[in-house]
Design a protein around this ligand. Sequence first.
Ligand code: F6R
Length: 242
Amino acid sequence: FPSALAGSKAVAKEIAALIRAKQAQNQPCVLGMATGGTPIYLYAELVRMHREEGLSFKNVITFNLDEYYPIEKDAFQSYWSFMHRHLFNHIDIDPANIHIPNGSWPKEDIKKYCAAYEAELDKLGGVDLQILGIGLNGHIGFNEPGSSIFSKTRLVTLENTTRIANTYEFENISKVPRLAITMGISNILKAKRIVLMGWGQKAHIIAKSVEGNMTEQIPASILQQHSDCTFVIDEPAAAELT
Ligand code: F6R
């Protein structure tokens, strides 16, 4: 797409069509959500469609990919706050249908918590459409390079480069959590459809993910084995594709 805005609008259109198709069949629509700078235009466009075009989210169930750990959900930097600020506060989704990993769950119980998070998703039949961004190191969710293709929802250590990239959300790097809860690669791959969005400075890692060898060292490259995955990118992010 010529711009991030144009790409985001196209993804919003696809999501709206899916929500409406599910509504017509009286079925829930399960969306996998990402945070960060990448989906901001997408969420703004979905809010606009809700306000101006009557797009209802009453049948929508969401599962977010990840959350910092530890973090209080009402901290400004939490992904819980992010999602409410950019999307959930402005649409008619049922709060009971929103799922975001709880960044303040007691650590000794976190394995059980993560297993329950993905079990709830599986019980609903899995994700219909998963939105992804991509880290400069190729991470998807917070599955950093080296994450296994079989990885499940779990507590992970963030790479320092990831903490540096996300420092802008915090006072300084020492305040960026060192850990996060993330859905695993195996969970992401179970989505029926995956749309990864990438804008601007991501050309190098986009080219490696799409045209390079599939390797756990570049988690996004694993998406090559998914049967219905599209990378939606703008012109700068496409610059290194051959
Ligand atoms: C966030 C997430 C991450 C981001 C990635 C890109 O929920 O899963 O993988 O998508 O770090 O971040 P931005 O969009 O800020 O460049």
